[in-house]
Design a protein around this ligand. Structure first.
Ligand code: ADP
Length: 220
């Protein structure tokens, strides 16, 4: 019943994407907490297969701008795949912020069956599965990565798959934009002499970012 339910969810998502009706609700999200939540959920599957599931989340991951339930869906798919296509070893979930502070990257690396170089570009195609014998064993319909790609791109992010080849494990990277209010808050403050009551024109499309900047300017 669970397999059937997840298949129906995937097919509905696919239809929404094709119809251009995929609704995304962006919010400022604590990605670190979500990763901890998702790895706790998937640990049971990893334990069942005798795989180690290791999570590295630094304490200073900035909030991202993303849809909470869709982000959870992407992480569940990517970590679930890592477990599904690995028979021995370790799944490592490593989170890091880019040097310019604009993107948080989640790398999910497994020690599993890997993907041949010439097949890596096929993975994001709908209904594409590289090995029919795995489908018989684990189910799935080859939709998860196609849906994940559509979802993360709607959030302004990216998903990428790398593997050194068959049998050499796989890394899937999900890149998520940092919330803009955080970026503005982190901008260096101007040094110099200013009038005691300066007038400042603050321009920007994002109301939340404008509000955060206005608060920062008026409280200093
Ligand atoms: P599903 O998992 O339902 O087959 P996905 O779209 O999530 O569908 O994945 C598509 C295909 O990509 C999988 O069938 C598998 O062949 C390949 N794949 C995805 N993740 C991995 C991984 N971590 N290691 C090896 N192959 C993978």
């Amino acid at each position: 019943a669970l397999h059937l339910l997840s298949l129906m969810d995937d097919i509905l998502d696919l239809s929404r994407i094709d119809a251009g009706r995929l609704d995304i609700t962006l919010e400022t999200l604590d990605l670190a907490a979500l990763i901890v939540e998702v790895t706790a959920l998937t640990k049971v599957q990893a334990d069942d297969k005798g795989l180690a599931l290791l999570t590295e989340v630094p304490g200073d991951v900035p909030p991202v701008r993303a849809d909470r339930s869709r982000m959870r869906q992407i992480l569940l798919n990517v970590i679930g795949n890592a477990i599904k296509f690995t028979e021995h070893g370790t799944i490592r979930v490593v989170t890091a912020t880019d040097s310019d502070g604009a993107i948080v990257r989640v790398d999910v690396t497994d020690t599993g069956m890997g993907i041949a170089a010439e097949q890596q570009h096929l993975l994001f195609e709908k209904f594409r599965q590289l090995d029919a014998s795995h489908t018989r064993k684990h189910g799935g319909a080859g939709l998860g990565l196609a849906i994940s790609k559509a979802l993360i791109e709607r959030m302004g992010g990216r998903i990428q798959v790398r593997s050194r080849g068959q049998g050499l494990g796989t890394t899937v990277t999900v890149a998520v934009p940092v919330a803009r209010a955080t970026l503005l808050g982190a901008a260096p403050t101007a040094v110099g002499t200013v009038s005691a009551h300066p007038s400042i024109l603050l321009v920007g499309q994002d109301a939340a970012a404008r509000q955060a900047m206005a608060t920062a300017l008026t409280s200093s």
